[in-house]
Write a protein that binds this ligand. Sequence first.
Ligand code: PNS
Length: 172
Amino acid sequence: MTDTSRLAVCPGSFDPLTNGHLDMITRATRLFDRVAVAVLTNPGKHPLFTIGERVAMVRQCVSGIADAHRIEVDTFDGLLADYVQRRQAVGVVRGLRSTAEFSEEAQMAMMNRHLNVGCETVFLVPSPDVAFISSRLVREIASLGGSLDGLVPPAVATALAERRASYPPIRV
Ligand code: PNS
């Protein structure tokens, strides 16, 4: 029988996953039947966490979301538009934290639809208490020994603390 459930892709580097990502993934599960959290294999040249570490952290943390059984964690490489097509997803979900982010995100959304005419992008506005969080700032705060309370799930805070203890300094 044909699967008519609507799959959305939440793509990202997740280096590392933050509470902002969890907020977006949770909201996506309320709109779509299934959600694929797609972790980019090699963001930039030197991600702080390996692809295996990032996937493991995302898996552990999304398992706490209600309806976690409708979420899968996957990896992708190459073009997002191709991944969306391969997965027969209805499109992409991205969090939109500010107007400053909008122009770049809109450009990406249009490019992805140019590459794959079926690839729509849905922007979700985050909860205000996580709207200021970014993975880059989290890495910087962790590298300087600051508090990560409220910024990342406990498992990610532990991983960042371990990384700082074993390989200082954390590359931002
Ligand atoms: O978490 P990020 O770093 O903001 O995620 C960015 C991501 C992974 C969504 C973006 O870099 C991406 O889609 N990369 C895949 C390569 C690609 O498709 N490039 C063309 C984008 S229009």
